[in-house]
Design a binder for this molecule. Structure first.
Ligand code: SAM
Length: 339
């Protein structure tokens, strides 16, 4: 197990398998046009597996497939099968928007995917259409229903809460979560790259979410846990549990053991980092396993990033990136980094 300059271990790898997405969520991909990663740069499954194998040598034991939309990557179950064969990965998960989940769930489960998180921002079809600019809400709900049918447990539903958009649905989402055996996690709207329409007025803080939920349900009890998980968890008086990811107003950089590998092999130590480390180039030009181990080890050992805390300390906070910067380097986009 290696540790960074702030004594944080390298444990959690988010692997973006594609930068493409089949939704256009206003908080993530609000533009009409995007610059995509060149196809030839996108790693093969064998290349991804080789890099993940090196990461697991250095302590990574949690891998989450993400994107873009991971289910747009053809034959994703083949990658899952490769990764599932690595015994050092204790937790092999995927974050998806759910649109293609119903059809792919059986193959992914058979390939060895441990669990699934589905992003669901609203229960209302009209809102979904306005938020995502697509008409596939029913398919997302079918995808969520498919999770239990396929035999997975541990389903989580992630909701980005935006003022004036879906902030009146907090309790409805908790109620819906109970019907599909899912734990709901509310995510504060973040000022990451790609979120060019972000403003502090649109953020509903953890504190405000808790106040509103307490008005509806009564006293809410925080669950005390020693984990590096991004969500703080809470218990309602009836025993149901939900989470809040408060990266915008109460960040948790101190405990952050996450890093992100993009589909073209750029490695980012922080969601807010301007620059990453190119692992594709050494991988494709004959670097040995020892070379890759040394590169990843020394990069992690120099890590000092506290991106969300730095943002919190920024006066007059506004979107992190301008359109021009995002077009020049699509790696700055949330949909390339994988969220
Ligand atoms: N397409 C998949 C999905 O929808 O879950 C995986 C990729 S998506 C970029 C990963 C997560 O990032 C989603 O839960 C999404 O809601 C979240 N996300 C994107 N932009 C965000 C923002 N500005 N603030 C907070 N969360 C955001």
């Amino acid at each position: 197990m290696i540790r960074d300059a702030l004594d944080r271990p390298l444990r959690n790898l988010r692997l973006s398998v594609t930068d493409r997405c089949n939704l256009r969520c206003q908080y993530c991909m609000p533009e009409e046009e995007y610059v995509w990663l060149p196809r030839n740069d996108v790693l093969t499954f064998e290349e991804m597996d080789r890099l993940v194998d090196v990461f697991t040598d250095l302590g990574v034991d949690k891998v989450r497939l993400t994107g873009g939309e991971p289910l747009l990557r053809r034959d994703l179950d083949r990658l899952v099968r490769l990764l599932a064969a690595n015994p050092r990965i204790r937790d092999l998960a995927m974050t998806t928007n759910g649109v293609l989940l119903a059809e792919q769930a059986p193959a992914l489960r058979a390939a060895g995917l441990h669990r699934v998180t589905v992003s669901l921002d609203t229960l209302r079809e009209d809102r979904f259409k306005a938020l995502t600019r697509r008409e596939t809400h029913a398919r997302v709900l079918e995808g969520i229903a498919a999770v239990a049918k396929t035999g997975w447990s541990g389903l989580k539903l992630d909701t980005v809460v935006m003022r004036g958009v879906n902030d009146d649905e907090l309790a409805d989402l908790i109620e819906y979560g109970a019907t599909v055996s899912a734990e709901v996690r509310f995510i504060e709207y973040m000022d990451v790259g790609g979120a060019t329409h972000w403003s502090m007025e649109r953020v509903v803080s953890r504190r405000e979410m808790l106040t509103r939920l307490a008005e509806r349900y009564g006293p809410i009890e925080p669950i005390v846990e020693e984990t590096s998980a991004p969500a703080d968890r809470f218990r309602l008086p009836d025993g149901r549990v939900f989470g809040i990811i408060s990266s915008t107003t109460a960040p948790f950089c101190r405990a952050c053991d996450r890093s992100r590998l993009t589909a073209d092999g750029m490695w980012y130590l922080c969601l807010y980092a301007a620059r990453g480390t190119d692992l594709r180039q050494p991988l494709r030009t004959g670097a040995s396993r020892e070379d890759l181990l040394a590169l990843i080890r020394s990069t992690w050992q120099g890590r000092r990033d506290r991106g969300a805390e730095d943002r919190l300390a920024t006066p007059e906070r506004s979107p992190l990136m301008q359109i021009g910067e995002l077009k020049r380097d699509p790696h700055l986009e949330m949909h390339t980094r994988g969220g």
